[in-house]
Design a binder for this molecule. Structure first.
Ligand SMILES: [Zn+2]
Length: 97
């Protein structure tokens, strides 16, 4: 369970195989702006961190609001967004001690 970390380049490659009519430049632009939003602390309307992969296609929302599922199960997330998630979790644990 959880997100599978993937680099932007690898994700773009996979996405274009599954969506052959997608424009690569356009996809990259949308991914970049979703990552930027994520790193700027933009959140879903429900308060969760946004899911970059889904937000690139559907607007800035979290995994649950986009898919209707409570937890990711072998869904992709861009590695840059996962790294920040892990760091945030570690920081909050230190803070609690
Ligand atoms: Zn949400």
């Amino acid at each position: 369970m959880g997100f599978i970390s993937i680099s932007i380049n690898k994700y773009v490659e996979k996405h274009l195989i599954n969506n052959p009519f997608e424009n690569e430049m356009d996809l990259r632009k949308r991914l970049d702006s979703a990552i930027e939003a994520y790193q700027n602390g933009v959140r879903c309307s429900c308060g969760n961190d946004i899911w970059v992969v889904g937000s690139a296609s559907l607007g800035n929302s979290c995994f649950t609001c986009i898919t209707g599922e409570s937890h990711p199960n072998e869904d992709f997330e861009i590695d840059l967004a996962i790294k920040k998630r892990e760091r945030a979790r570690r920081d909050s644990r230190i803070y609690r001690k």
